[in-house]
Design a binder for this molecule. Structure first.
Ligand code: LLP
Length: 414
């Protein structure tokens, strides 16, 4: 099928398998509400499928709100929550107009919303004072993190919120991405403590996202059940001390979509450099940036035009992209040092498959080197369809069209 798709669409392209997303959703059913963090993959067709599986959604920008609505999520109820540490002016207007509940990561957001929208539903995103992540760039807790309301400020915040007419729904903690369960488990205690400090009733608590996936390591299957139990216990503790029931939410991104997606590129050159090889493919870090940005590992294999796995003697191989930048290499470690993996040598015209690229793959792509955004294909049972076509060069250039030149009419000295 990969060869057939490559002939039809050209390379590179993203390929997603819906059955894996559905399997992952099932594994989290122990939570009352699963709220998908669409920043991991916001393709509208995928969002539609995720919505039909009963999963709710969050949005972190005006654009993500638009995506959720395009996929059939409704604003105003509990379907869609806007989560951020800051409002830009447009998004503040949008959440007020559409009555979208807001998960506030700063006290300024609370102030700005209270002024414009009495009765608005809010969540509080709390920084519990610690965090973890697969990279320091994805650790969202602790004193070095810009995210969330610092836990110490909650005792003062309670009376302040009571003085507004805002409608507090719940408390939320997201300590980072691709986190081990032993760290995630610590959040439950911090949640109870934060609830006590705040001194207000809540209808829900959210565990945030961050659940890890096995890019390289063994799966921690059993740990999910234990994790649900820990959150359930936290819920019961909070429930005991107030009159109303509390729901538990989880907000996964990568856990739902990472393993469901891969990036397919074509091998365009095989270079021998000293005693080792560079295999250069037609996808670059403008498509999949995770290895360059975080030193993330994506399992790589090659398949030939008959869709057979390329096998044979292993060589020391680095897999690189076409960008005019030395760092455009998919096999590198967290320090940015290029690594050579033991891989069989492909030939020009074979395909290169990057696994586990369904999360933070297409959503982090860019037009760097003026390369266009690439197609996304979904396999859903026997149905294989194009969920995003390739961007054209004309579309990429049109924002800089000469017709916009006189639009500002502002003099430099004004
Ligand atoms: N909730 C909040 C408030 C978040 O900030 C995030 C991720 C999630 C949920 C979902 O986290 P997940 O379950 O996907 O780990 N670009 C990085 C990941 C950045 C995550 C940002 N926030 C990567 O490629 O690993």
């Amino acid at each position: 099928m990969i060869t057939a798709l490559a002939v039809k669409l050209g390379t590179p392209f993203w390929l997603y398998d819906v059955s894996i997303i559905k399997r992952q959703i099932q594994r989290l059913r122990g939570f009352d509400i699963i709220r998908y963090a669409q920043k991991a993959n916001g393709n509208i067709s995928l969002l539609r499928i995720i919505r039909r599986s009963g999963v709710k959604i969050d949005a972190v920008s005006d654009g993500e709100i638009a995506r959720a609505l395009a996929a059939g999520y409704r604003a105003g109820g509990n379907d869609l929550v806007f989560v951020s540490d800051v409002f830009d002016r447009t998004t503040l207007e949008r959440v007020v107009d559409l009555c979208i509940p807001v998960n506030c990561g700063s006290i300024d957001m609370i102030d700005q919303l209270a002024k414009l929208s009495p009765g608005h539903k809010i969540w509080l995103r709390i920084n519990p004072g610690f965090g973890h992540g697969h990279s320091k760039k994805t650790n969202t807790g602790g004193p070095l993190s810009k995210h969330g309301i610092w836990h110490d400020q909650l005792s003062e915040l309670g009376p302040k919120i009571k003085a507004t007419e805002l409608n507090l729904v719940g408390l939320h903690m997201h300590i980072g991405s691709d986190v081990e369960y032993k760290h995630l488990g610590k959040v439950c205690d911090a949640m109870i403590e934060s609830y006590m400090k705040l001194g207000m009733q809540v209808r829900a608590i959210s565990a945030g996202g961050g659940l890890s996936v096995p890019y390289q390591n063994d799966y921690q299957n059993a740990a999910i059940n234990h994790y649900v139990q820990q959150w359930n216990a936290a819920r019961l503790k909070i429930q005991e001390s107030q009159m109303i029931p509390v729901q538990i939410e989880i907000e996964p991104g990568r856990f739902l979509v990472a393993a469901a997606g891969c990036l397919i590129a074509e091998v365009r050159a095989v270079k021998k450099v000293a005693e080792r090889y560079f295999v250069i493919v037609d996808a670059g870090f403008n498509d999949l940036v995770r290895p360059v940005m975080y030193g993330s590992h994506h399992h790589i294999c090659f398949i030939d035009s008959a869709s057979k796995l390329v096998t044979g003697a292993s060589h020391q191989v680095a897999v690189a992209g076409p960008l005019c930048e030395a760092g455009d290499v998919f096999t590198q470690n967290k320090n940015g040092t290029i690594e050579f993996e033991a891989l069989p040598l492909p030939k020009v015209g074979d395909f290169c498959v990057f696994a586990d690229a369904g999360a933070y793959g297409s959503t982090m792509s860019s037009n760097y080197n003026s390369r266009t955004l690439i197609p996304e294909v979904i396999i859903d049972g026997s149905d294989v369809h194009l969920a995003r076509r390739r961007q054209t060069i004309k579309e990429m250039l049109c924002l800089e069209n000469d017709n916009h030149r006189y639009f500002l009419n502002i003099h430099k000295d004004s």
